[in-house]
Write a protein that binds this ligand. Structure first.
Ligand SMILES: CC(C)(COP(=O)(O)OP(=O)(O)OC[C@H]1O[C@@H](n2cnc3c(N)ncnc32)[C@H](O)[C@@H]1OP(=O)(O)O)[C@@H](O)C(=O)NCCC(=O)NCCS
Length: 174
């Protein structure tokens, strides 16, 4: 999905580019602390990150997916990425996000995910969902802080077969 680049207090949300691969690989996709609960497997080489970015750029015109980079204004560096995918089974937009370890616990995730919701809301999207592994408590806090409500327990599966017990959240905007 195309969107206008937007700014929050501390972040710029901007499209990811293939030229970001090396920085992203070195900063978070190769870090098992970051990928532990993600559906993707820890990247072993910068080529893994490049391939992922190729799919992101190929999807840029899709109306069913929003991908964005989160760039720190202070340094001009990307510190994470995220977005949302339309889930037709639930008729909701499923939010996702991940941040480089050095930038956790500083409120960036909350700030960034609020902005993602803002982009989608401006396009008329009102129904959201998100899920986090039960043990990934900080992700659950992000969901609560942006106003999502606990909906149910369930599981989610990763591309390499890992399965996590998860808490599912929803949010319906006016
Ligand atoms: C999940 C993730 C995005 C959370 O990021 P984060 O940096 O902790 O998020 P925030 O700083 O916005 O914090 C959200 C809330 O978590 C809580 N929190 C954060 N750090 C905390 C700490 N050290 N101790 C207790 N609570 C903490 C707080 O309630 C915080 O809100 P605050 O602004 O009032 O402090 C981040 O840990 C991450 O990228 N993890 C790896 C990828 C991932 O798991 N993504 C989610 C998949 S579902």
């Amino acid at each position: 999905m195309r969107y206008l680049q937007i700014e929050t207090d501390r972040l710029i949300l901007r499209p990811l580019e293939i030229s970001d691969a090396e920085h992203i690989f070195n900063t978070w996709t190769s870090d098992p602390r970051v990928t532990k609960y993600m559906t993707y497997t820890t990247h072993k080489s910068v080529d893994n990150t490049k391939q992922w970015l190729e799919s992101v750029t190929a999807n840029a015109d899709s109306e069913n997916v929003l991908d964005t980079g989160f760039q720190l204004k202070e340094t001009g560096k990307l510190i994470g990425s995220g977005g949302a995918t339309y889930n037709s089974e639930h008729d909701r937009w499923d939010l996702g996000y991940n941040f480089a370890y050095d930038y956790w616990h500083k409120g960036y995730a909350t700030e960034a995910v609020r902005a993602v919701v803002g982009i989608l809301r401006a396009k008329g999207i009102r129904r959201f969902m998100a899920e986090h592994a039960v043990k990934n408590i900080y992700s659950g806090k992000v969901m609560e802080k942006i106003g999502m409500k606990f909906d149910r327990k369930g599981t989610y599966s990763c591309y390499d077969g890992r399965v996590f017990n998860a808490n599912f959240y929803i949010m319906d905007l006016d």
